[in-house]
Ligand binder design. Sequence first.
Ligand SMILES: Nc1ncnc2c1ncn2[C@@H]1O[C@H](COP(=O)(O)OP(=O)(O)OP(=O)(O)O)[C@@H](O)[C@H]1O
Length: 543
Amino acid sequence: QIMVSVRGLAAPSSEAQELYILLKRPHVQALLSAHDSVAQRDYGPVLPPLPDKLPDNEEAMRIVCLVKNTQPLGATIRKNERTGNIFIARVIHGGLADRSGLLHPGDKLVEVNGQKVQGLQPERVIQMLVQFQGNILFKVIPNSPQPANRQPALYVRAMVDYSPLQDPAIPCPDAGMAFSKGDLLEIVDQSDIRWWQARKLHSASLCCGLIPSTNQLRYKQRELWWSQPYQAHTCIRPCMLKHTHTHTHTHKHTHEIMDENKCIETGDYLIESMSSFIYLIILLGFRHSLRVWRRKSYSKRKPSCYSCAVSSCHNTSATVYEEVLHYQRHIDDPPRLIVLIGPSGVGVNELRRRLIKINPNTYQGPISHTTRSQKMGEKNGREYHFVTKEVFAYMVINHKFLEYGKHNGHMYGTSLDSVKDVLDNGKMCVIDLEPHCIHSVRTKKLKPYIIFVRPPSPARMRQTRKDPHFLANSYIKRCFHDKDFEEIEEASRTMEVKYRQYFDCVIVNDDLQDSCMDLFTAIQHAQEEPQWIPASWFAPDHL
Ligand SMILES: Nc1ncnc2c1ncn2[C@@H]1O[C@H](COP(=O)(O)OP(=O)(O)OP(=O)(O)O)[C@@H](O)[C@H]1O
């Protein structure tokens, strides 16, 4: 048609002529012809005819025919115990029912394949749905009016672990979505104050799952039945949901039904079923870190506040979901602070030292403060800021340190100002930090990118760390022992369990050269690629 129109033009424009030439090409013609033949075919399932006898109040009745397949229906049902009526309780976003646009929360279910459901137990309805094959005809009385607009999605990072199968409060465990600390979630429905609908970002599944709302999770946290730091996951209720064909859990006049393979929720029943000095060049800001006294403090199991700035010791356990936004660093923005975290001995300092040594014009560490006396050849402000005990104590009281601690009777600390000095010089500041001090750097100004350095298996540690030049650290001049590797692995596991929600990236320090490359790539990624960061880092300064 277009070609005919163009041909009929007395003086076609150059654009019209170009369009004509494009459309005339054989491969475009073939593509259009293929499209037409596909478009003419009807690929939809053959639906049964409508029932002959429609009720008088047919206006109010909707007949919905869904074809059972391997996908879950994505709806739940609930029974009104007083009237015996069965209602659609919840429609899961992205599920079959949602995409059909024909079933909505509050719709009254009248019949399923000609069988009346009023008065039946939701479990029975679910059983019927499981048994039926092929087309399933629902008669529903629609609930009106339907809300027109959906809420805008909210993006959050999970700060706790959650397993619906271990949650006795969830209205329908089969419709629940498990998540772990650090997972990025897109919350698409918050209409229920207790149970939200969400999907995991970067997940292949379009279908949402039920997750507890912030209030519900906080309430659960008070029960202390999941997410216990340093403890194995415990649950106050034994997991009893395995292959229950029907399962009843009474929750305010509602019931749930589930089947291994199916998911329709009913009145909160899920009807599913469809399916250093050595160097001539001084590496500015590099010292053998504060990690030695940290190791001591580990072994003595000092309270964490001993080795961190006062400001970092606030309690953040109340945050169960942290709102995040997509952030692309502008070229004029200061570089994000790069924070390395890892168990003592894993190689955090080695990686940091190599990175700074390879490119001292780009990367730098902050200059630490110390109360120890200046040695021959040292310069104030180069190796350390040498300060008196009184000045150090004043800085501690005024929250000047991101972290601080004691080693061999002297105080050492990394100040916020020394980090800012590096950033203000236009360099990328790379620091290592104890995980319990993470909160001291999680600020709008620093926008830290946190890299966890994980050890490889003890066997690989044994292989890669056997070179006698690789000493446990420069203060303890000895080779690694097997026990060291076990301790490093154990400390790593403990850190991950407690803090992995804060890690933007994990590097396994196996082969040293590969790890340096991974670190370099991760830092580039942090500075140049869009990232999900806490929404609070976008808040205006006065807030
Ligand atoms: N991938 C690796 N392969 C071999 N040796 C390594 C590797 N990474 C680090 N090392 C060596 O392991 C030892 C410990 O590394 P490093 O001092 O960086 O550990 P750390 O994590 O900073 O802990 P600490 O603060 O207790 O020293 C060093 O001798 C270092 O050269």
